[in-house]
Every structure is written in C-alpha cells, then in structure tokens.
Design a protein around this ligand. Structure first.
Ligand SMILES: Nc1ncnc2c1ncn2[C@@H]1O[C@H](COP(=O)(O)OP(=O)(O)OP(=O)(O)O)[C@@H](O)[C@H]1O
Ligand code: NI
Length: 310
C-alpha cells in the first residue's frame, strides 16, 4: 500500500477557448481553472454544479474529445501516467468509458445489441451482451431494436450497458439520469453503484444532488469552472452546518426537501475576467478581500474549500 498511484488524478487543470472576433481581436473564455481531483478504484466522486459550469467540458477533456479551439493546461493522469492525446485515443472506450450526456450518442443505424457488442473483447459477444442486458432489466429483444425504436429510458440503459460491457476501469457518467422516471432513475444509479462495487472508479456528473448523495463517496462542487468545495457525502445534513463553502450550503438549502430557499443572482459568464472570488457577488459572507483576490484551494475537515471565510 501507499506506493500505488491513484487510478485517476487531475492536477491544476485549466481550459480556455480562444476566439477571434472580427478577425483581429482575440478573446479568451476561461471555462475551467485550477481544477484538482483524484479518484481511487471503487470510488464514486460526484461532480455537481450549475448548468454551464464546465462539467461536460471536463468529461470531454478527460476523453480527449474537446473542440479545436480549446487549450488546456495542467495534468491529467490515469494510473499514474499522463493522458496524452495518443493514450486517450488508445484507452477511450476500453480502459476509460464515457456514458454521454445525450442519448444521441447512440449510433442511429446500428441495433442496440450490436452497439454494445462492439465494446466487448473476445468471443461470445452476443451471449455476454444479452447477459448484461438481463442484468440491467433490458429484454433480449431490445437488442434487436434500433435506437429510434427504444424509449428514452431504454436508450439510457443501453448507454449504461456500453460502459459495463467495456470493462473500463474508469467510468465517466455525464448526467445519466435526466428524463428518467423515478424507478428508472433509481435503477440507473444502482447500476453505477454496482460498477464501483466491481472496483471501477466513477466520475458521476449530475444535477441531481440526492442521486449523488445516494451513491457517491465524495462530492465535488463546481462553480464557474472552479471546484469551490470537495465534501464527503456525510457532510450533507441538517442546514449544511458541516459544509465548507457558502455556495454548497446555498445549493443544499435550495432543495425542496430542505428549506427550498432559492439563491438569487446567477453564475458569471465564462468570458468575465474575475479578480476576486467567482461567487462573491452572490455571497452573504463576502468582504472586500473576496472582491480583490481569488481564494486558493485549501484542505479543511477532510475535504477541500476555495473560500477565505470557511
Ligand atoms: N466550443 C466552445 N467554445 C466556446 N465556449 C464553449 C464551447 N463549448 C462550451 N463552451 C462554454 O463552456 C461553458 C461550460 O460548458 P459545459 O457544457 O461544460 O457545462 P456543464 O456544466 O456541462 O453544463 P450542463 O449542466 O448544462 O450540462 C459554457 O458556458 C459553454 O457555453
Ligand atoms: Ni453538461
């Protein structure tokens, strides 16, 4: 013990888009900055945060499928080795699998069963695929259908089965539950939990905080392209007394089952150049330093926070 590297690690990762306006002026959009995270074997780390905070970009950066005008900095390590573009291509769909945000990712011209079979190595592909379908409650005949013949919930399950079939060690699930009814949602998160129980590392991107709390070991909270907090699942209770960052507390207290208290204002657009803390304009605790300086990541109560006042 101790010497084995983390399954997955991200160190000081940032992502900017360069855009040229009117052919001359170059503008930079800072989509992610100073991001740090590790995921161990068998661990589920949830990424929660507002729409447009950079979660899918992070997923795509790990898979090496970013748009051309994206520039990245920092390190992404898989089993202790840098994920170079060459390695990303080799490992994609094999050691690292994505459950994409949209069911449009299914090939419309290939039957569902066939698509899952392409992820399986070795012999007996059809038999293995049918076994996996059975495991997630998909009838064998669903394998004979084209994606347009599947319901939304079935298509989502097929996406989950592709990740199971891949034998990947790291699964990135980008919002696998929206649009599912309560029953299918619960089942889907249980499959994800099962993947972790089999020893896979999982990055679970979601808007559904209750789903994250149901299965994740740790929760990373994204705000305007930065992690403002990494909390343990047990820290989410009561009025959020144990939570470290004011944004996480506000997110928690805005849930219907808690105080249902909305957080006024909105996240700054990525184009905004920030001097101080990105959350300061909405933060009740903000003081003058928060508007002048960016807080750095620091450890607190077995988690991480980016706030001067935590
Ligand atoms: N190719 C691009 N060029 C410029 N900006 C982009 C590009 N792709 C994404 N962005 C911007 O980067 C930000 C982060 O987008 P991203 O899709 O990662 O958000 P997200 O957190 O996954 O949101 P959601 O929860 O809605 O899925 C957004 O503001 C988006 O407009
Ligand atoms: Ni997204």
């Amino acid at each position: 013990m101790g010497t084995e590297p983390s399954l997955f690690a991200v160190k000081q990762f940032s992502l900017v888009f360069r855009q040229y306006e009117k052919g001359w002026q170059e503008s930079k959009i800072q989509a992610i900055s100073g991001f740090n995270l590790t995921i161990q074997k068998g661990e589920i780390v949830a990424i929660v945060g507002a729409s447009g905070s950079g979660k899918s970009l992070l997923a795509n950066a790990i898979l090496g499928i970013l748009p051309e005008n994206a520039e990245t900095d920092g390190e992404i390590l898989f089993e202790g080795e840098a994920l170079t573009p060459k390695r990303q291509e080799e490992l994609r769909g094999k050691e690292i699998a994505l459950i994409p945000q949209s069911t449009n990712a299914l090939d419309p011209l290939m039957k569902a069963g066939k698509q899952v079979q392409t992820m399986i190595k070795g012999k007996n592909k059809k038999k293995i695929q049918e076994g996996i379908f059975h495991k997630v409650g998909l009838a064998s005949e669903a394998g004979e259908r084209y994606p347009f013949e599947l319901s939304g919930g079935m298509a989502r399950r097929v996406l989950v089965t592709t990740a199971i079939a891949s034998q990947a060690k790291l699964i990135i699930a980008d919002e696998p539950t929206p649009g599912l009814d309560e029953h299918s949602r619960n089942e889907t998160i249980q499959y994800i939990k099962q993947l972790a129980n089999e020893g896979k590392g999982v990055m679970f991107i979601t808007h559904d905080i209750m789903a994250a709390l149901a299965i994740a070991d740790r929760i990373a909270v994204f705000y305007a392209g930065q992690t403002v907090e990494i909390a343990n699942t047990e820290d989410f209770y009561g009025k959020g007394e144990q939570l470290r960052h004011p944004y996480t507390k506000a997110l928690w207290n805005s849930l219907p089952q808690n105080e249902f208290k909305p957080l006024p204002g909105s996240q700054p657009a990525p184009i905004t150049v920030l001097n101080g803390c990105a959350f300061a304009p909405r933060c009740l605790k903000a003081t003058s330093i928060c508007k002048q300086k960016q807080p750095l990541n620091r450890s607190l109560n077995q988690g991480m926070v980016r706030c001067f006042h935590a």
